[in-house]
Design a protein around this ligand. Structure first.
Ligand code: SF4
Length: 164
């Protein structure tokens, strides 16, 4: 314990300073319409990403990015969700489950594309087993968050701005 304390005092905090991003996101959050504050449930659908987008999405729930302070949380079923986050190029195997998830999400639903692959297939476009991105299956996402993978702070800002 003493060693940890000594190393902390010697080396300081090694993580990045999130203050500017926090302030920016709090400003956006304050501008949201009242009915959207505190209750946005998201169901995530991985259409076969490389998993890097999932790592960044997982980071949203840690104490550093803490997306729940904006009232946004991930739920286990599309039937409980207001919005879907979709990652990865859409594989032939995930095409039907994705359509099922979209159909089972109550209206009005919001489709959020996370990462370049989910939008147009990006690196995997034209590969065997890949149908493409959301645009290739005629689903127009309401919110596009580009990046490969997008940074957690950009995912939070993207979601909040999408409802602005
Ligand atoms: S956008 Fe990049 S990080 Fe995300 S699933 Fe595609 S290749 Fe992976």
């Amino acid at each position: 314990m003493l060693n940890i304390l000594k190393s902390f005092l010697k080396e300081g905090i090694k993580t990045e300073d999130i203050t500017p991003y926090n302030e920016q996101n709090i400003v956006i959050y304050k501008k949201l319409p009242k009915h959207l504050k505190g209750s946005l449930n998201i169901r995530h659908v991985d259409c076969r990403s490389c998993n890097a987008c999932e790592y960044e999405l997982t980071a949203l729930s840690n104490v550093f990015y803490d997306i729940e302070r904006f009232g946004i949380k991930f739920v286990a079923s599309p039937k409980h969700a207001d919005a879907l986050t979709i990652t990865g190029p859409i594989t032939r195997n995930m095409y039907k489950p994705l359509l099922d998830a979209i159909q089972n999400t109550p209206n009005p639903k919001v489709i959020i594309a996370i990462g370049d692959c989910s939008i147009d297939g990006a690196l995997f476009k034209g590969a065997y087993g890949i149908v493409g991105g959301l645009k290739d299956i005629n689903i127009e996402p309401h919110i596009l968050i580009r990046g490969c993978p997008p940074h957690p702070r950009d995912i939070i800002s993207g979601i909040l701005k999408g409802f602005d």
